[in-house]
Design a protein around this ligand. Structure first.
Ligand SMILES: [Zn+2]
Length: 310
């Protein structure tokens, strides 16, 4: 399948109000695809395939595999749209998350290759479940959450998941309401950064690349000190692989605007980080989420070592 250059230079992860290619917005095209218009999906392909391919290159080592990954991803997303699921407004973040999932699925498949003449169990492979994608993102969120210091987890738990006010939480943490609000702010920001880190699958051997990738989440969140930021800028200027990774991370970061606290969904949704006995009160170590995260980590592609410890 041929991949054309991306004619849409819009900022990654956003949908232009009026598309430069004359095909309407992503939302228009998504609605048309759901209505059975195959041409609309071709327009989405032309608009987003180049960016998807850039992402694929950061995940696999050769051009053929990258093309293959992109093709399979578009097929799966089309199946989702035809089934009435998938995104309604913003296409690219969904496409990219699906691509990461497809990659993850392939790795898992490759690790447990078996040989059989019975292909019947693969016939349902075209049915792609939204729940799988949600599970992967939830895994990232839980792992990011468990990497936060204990006190930060507590404040997030009470304010973001339980929906308590700073005034309600203050006596439990021995802080003023203002102190709780400030702590919650820092904890949320750190959670976003850790969540972004979970998306980086780095196999780089170059020490400069390794250092840059460790700093990339903080860089994208604009949390680096000037000197560190300059160092990253310099490296990104001369390293295409890390530059591609940064572009991808920018897109995940843009997606965070729709769900500002990873794992807690958007307004009105049920929290994705589930309540557990260990996390519901001060004084009890939140062991269970850590155990759950450890279990989840063993089932995801992102099995790289974690970033710098707190
Ligand atoms: Zn690099």
């Amino acid at each position: 399948m041929t991949i054309t250059d991306d004619p849409d230079p819009a900022r990654p992860g956003t949908t232009p109000p009026v598309a430069a290619d004359g095909h309407g917005t992503d939302a228009d095209l998504l609605a048309a695809v759901r209505g059975g218009d195959t041409g609309a999906y071709a327009a989405l392909w032309i608009r987003h395939a180049h960016a998807a391919r850039r992402l694929a290159y950061t995940l696999v080592s050769n051009e053929a595999d990258a093309d293959d990954l992109v093709s399979e991803t578009f097929v799966k997303v089309l199946a989702m749209l035809r089934a009435g699921r998938g995104p309604a407004v913003v296409f690219r973040p969904y496409l990219h998350t699906t691509l990461r999932h497809v990659r993850h699925d392939r790795l898992r498949r490759d690790r447990r290759l078996d040989f059989t003449d019975d292909l019947s169990r693969f016939e349902a492979a075209g049915q792609f479940e939204d729940t799988t994608l949600a599970r992967l993102e939830r895994t990232y969120a839980i792992r990011a959450f468990t990497r936060l210091p204990h006190r930060w987890r507590l404040v997030l738990w009470h304010t973001e998941v339980q929906g308590e006010t700073p005034a309600q939480v203050a006596p439990r943490l021995g802080l003023t309401p203002g102190g709780v609000a400030a702590l919650a702010y820092r904890a949320r920001e750190r959670l976003r950064e850790m969540y972004l880190r979970e998306h980086i699958i780095s196999t780089a051997v170059d020490p400069d690349c390794q250092r840059t990738r460790q700093l990339l989440a903080a860089y994208v969140r604009e949390r680096l000190a000037v000197r560190a930021r300059d160092t990253v800028d310099t490296h990104l200027g001369g390293c295409r692989a890390c530059h591609r990774l940064r572009t991808e991370l920018d897109e995940v970061n843009a997606d965070l605007r729709m769900a500002p606290t990873p794992g807690c969904g958007t307004t009105g949704r049920r929290p994705r980080i589930r309540p557990t006995a260990g996390e519901t009160s001060v004084g009890h170590p939140p062991i269970t989420p850590r155990r759950r995260a450890a279990t989840a980590a063993g089932t995801t592609v992102n099995s790289r070592r974690s970033g710098p410890s707190e």
